[in-house]
Design a protein. Structure first.
Ligand code: ZN
Length: 493
């Protein structure tokens, strides 16, 4: 990364007078250059340092070149000034759990929806490699317009592959591995395709999972995913599992019947009747999830969380995914407003399916699960296990972009401070991808991926939705430009 220490005027004069070459390479904030602007009089909300009070920011090229307490307009006389009096600036947000390859009709709108809602980075946690790689490359083609995209490639699953594409319910998001040599072939091919992490899935055997972890370490990749049903959470964590999505299968290890439950799963996983993977997994969840919640034991839970803490196994809870199924906010407020930005075919199909869903009562078992996930969230939070904010959009009618703000709200509702929720959507994912010195903060020399808000998100986390402008890779997108992008996305393609 280019260092942007502010040179003195004499240095600039020297560089610019004594050589065209030097001028062409003159990358420092220069009053004569036009690819810079000042955000004047804005309150800085930094995820680590909190509310910094009023500041004056110089954006140069794609970076925050300067943050000053004093006005800098005199120092940079020919620079465009954006008056941000009364506004707040915070880093752009991550959605650390999305799927480009879940719905072909939604996918072409996702990049626009992310920008419009201030999501400047996403982590795709599962899809066919050709498809997710194409979206990553599209995003890389214009980093001032599209979020940074990190990809896992397909879910790496076992012999009884769950998402094998056999029905619309099970799109082809996962790949089958029959043994450890399949694991090697899959990982090597994903490494060739430049994936940013790997995703383990539920039907892996302990041997396959252990080998996957070994290969991931060799290639310097993190492994996220669902704890395999053949294992306990602590077994997976002890092997170095880097992160868990949706708290998946954690309840199975927090029950005082966990050993019997594990025996029963291992016997079901032999799959003597050769049931297809999707159905087999669903049968196991049905047989065990509620039973495990009802036989939850606090000391077992504490043991599991201690092992997650010890092994630094991060959590992406996706609370909105669960809560929305029980609370059903879909047809109101920001949810229905966000559906207006979707292509008409998607909006109509979602609305029809939602209407059908809400016509039936919420089942007791669903409510039990939703309550359990809020409960375990508080426990994980108390234990200070790191979180990242992710949604699973566009699954279950979660609009890309909007749903991330809902997830922040749910995390605060379940006990987090607003600043902690913001960290989980900015500095934490940056750290996860070893980019903590480049992105995720409002700090000098960091990449200028920022959101300007009308209201302070530390006063009320809902204020992350009061978006006044988004800055992506240094480019300023005003509210009206964002609105145009969001609206046009419902008419195109
Ligand atoms: Zn997912």
């Amino acid at each position: 990364m280019i260092s942007l220490r502010k040179p003195s005027r004499y240095t600039l004069l020297f560089l610019c007078l004594f050589g065209l070459f030097a001028l062409q390479n003159c990358k420092s904030p220069d009053p004569l250059l036009t690819d810079q602007y000042i955000i004047d009089n804005v309150t800085v909300i930094d995820p680590i340092n909190g509310d910094q009070g009023k500041r004056h920011l110089l954006i140069h090229d794609n970076q925050i070149a300067l943050i000053s307490k004093a006005s800098i307009t005199d120092e940079y006389p020919n620079t465009k000034i954006i008056d941000a009096s009364g506004k707040y600036v915070m880093p752009g947000l991550w959605d650390a759990h999305i799927h480009f390859d879940y719905d072909k009709l939604v996918a072409p709108k996702m990049l626009d929806l992310f920008l419009g809602y201030g999501i400047t980075y996403v982590r795709d946690t599962g899809g066919q490699i050709d498809i997710v790689k194409a979206w990553k490359e599209k995003a890389q083609s214009d980093p001032s317009r599209y979020p940074m995209v990190k990809i896992a490639g397909p879910l790496i699953d076992g012999k009884d592959n769950v998402y094998d594409g056999h029905s619309p319910k099970a799109p082809p998001l996962s790949v089958q591995s029959k043994d450890t040599s399949d694991i090697r072939k899959i990982v090597e091919s994903l490494v060739q395709n430049d994936v940013d992490l790997l995703k383990a899935y539920e039907m892996l055997t302990p041997d396959q999972f252990a080998y996957l972890m070994q290969l991931a370490k060799k290639y310097g990749l993190k492994v996220t995913g669902h704890v395999p049903l053949s294992m306990t959470v602590s077994q997976a964590a002890d092997l170095g599992f880097n992160s868990m999505e949706h708290f998946r299968n954690i309840e199975l290890s927090c029950s005082y019947e966990r050993e019997q439950l594990l025996d029963q799963r291992q016997s079901l996983l032999k799959n003597k009747d050769e049931i297809e993977g999707y159905v087999l997994r669903s049968n196991i969840h049905t047989a065990q999830r509620i039973r495990a919640i009802e036989t939850n034991d606090e000391s077992m839970t504490d043991e599991v969380l201690t092992s997650l803490k010890k092994n630094d196994t991060w959590q992406i809870p996706t609370l909105t995914l669960y809560a929305a199924l029980a609370d059903r906010p879909y047809l109101d407020g920001i949810w229905s407003e966000s559906y207006e930005y979707l292509p008409d075919t998607v909006k109509n199909s979602w609305t029809a399916r939602i209407k059908e869903m809400v016509s039936k009562p919420v089942t007791e078992s669903l409510q039990q699960q939703v309550d359990w996930y809020s409960h375990i969230f508080s426990k994980v939070y108390e234990k200070e296990i790191p979180f990242m904010v992710g949604t699973d959009c566009p699954i279950y009618f979660l609009t890309p972009g909007m749903s991330l703000h809902e997830e922040l709200r749910h995390m605060v509702r379940c006990g987090m401070q607003p600043i902690e929720a913001i960290q989980a959507a900015t500095t934490n994912p940056a750290l996860y991808f070893d980019m903590e010195n480049e992105i995720g903060r409002v700090k000098q020399n960091y990449i200028a991926d920022l959101i300007i808000l009308d209201k302070n998100p530390l006063d009320d986390i809902k204020n992350t939705l009061t978006i006044h402008a988004v800055i992506k890779n240094g480019k300023y997108w005003s509210k009206s430009e964002l609105e145009k992008i969001l609206s046009s996305s419902s008419e195109e393609g």
